[in-house]
Design a protein around this ligand. Structure first.
Ligand SMILES: CC(C)(COP(=O)(O)OP(=O)(O)OC[C@H]1O[C@@H](n2cnc3c(N)ncnc32)[C@H](O)[C@@H]1OP(=O)(O)O)[C@@H](O)C(=O)NCCC(=O)NCCS
Length: 177
């Protein structure tokens, strides 16, 4: 058997072992931190686009009038908040305190909540709802309600995860032909 002795150059190369491997690089950059703040007029383009993405209907006039109403009504318990990641609006929530509607003591209503599909399951809606409820508490209401489409199991799962339960109210409707 030809047992070859390693050359001195090979020994030197072997001694010069490669540096210990670099720390593993994360596969994806960490998600940008979310912030929650009151809506501004320059957010409305993103809000309209996000609503159209979720509902399939672009309602520019509705949203612009809602924003104007909100500006005037903010002091009276209307809340319109956005979630941002960096400079991008990734979600919004709209809520309102209503006094004695439907015979009930003042309570907070969640009127709409949407998060961009690519920003979901990262806690954005949870943070939006928590911020909204904090506003409701500051307005001294101790109950929050919402209304949702029976077949919208996604939004139902979300509200259930937040601790919301079936309320003692029954929604009724009829056609006005
Ligand atoms: C519902 C919605 C607002 C949730 O936003 P989100 O930022 O992804 O929610 P969060 O990350 O805060 O999720 C909180 C909890 O909600 C529940 N949830 C959210 N998405 C869910 C899903 N796809 N399936 C099941 N449960 C879900 C989970 O319990 C979740 O907690 P977990 O992540 O610890 O399991 C978002 O999916 C959305 O915008 N959907 C369309 C909304 C809509 O139909 N709006 C029109 C009526 S207003």
């Amino acid at each position: 058997m030809n047992k070859m002795k390693p050359t001195s150059a090979a020994v030197k190369r072997a001694k010069k072992a490669p540096p210990p491997s670099e720390p593993a690089q994360p596969l994806a950059p960490p998600p940008t931190a979310l912030s929650i703040r009151a809506v501004r007029s320059d957010d409305m383009k993103s809000v309209i686009e996000l609503d159209a993405l979720v509902t399939g209907i672009k309602k520019r006039d509705y949203w612009n009038s809602l924003y104007l109403r909100h500006e005037k009504a903010a002091a009276n318990g209307q809340h319109f908040l956005v979630a941002t990641a960096g400079t991008k609006v990734v979600g919004f929530v709209i809520g309102e305190v209503r006094d004695w509607e439907f015979g009930s003591p003042p309570c907070g209503w969640v009127l709409a909540i949407d998060v961009r599909p690519e920003a979901r399951l990262l806690g954005a809606a949870t943070q939006l709802l928590q911020a909204l409820c904090a506003g409701f508490r500051r307005a001294r209401v101790s109950k929050v309600r919402t209304l949702l489409a029976r077949e919208n199991t996604l939004i139902l799962s979300f509200f259930r995860s937040q601790g919301m339960m079936i309320s003692p109210f029954i929604p009724l409707e009829m056609d006005l032909a």
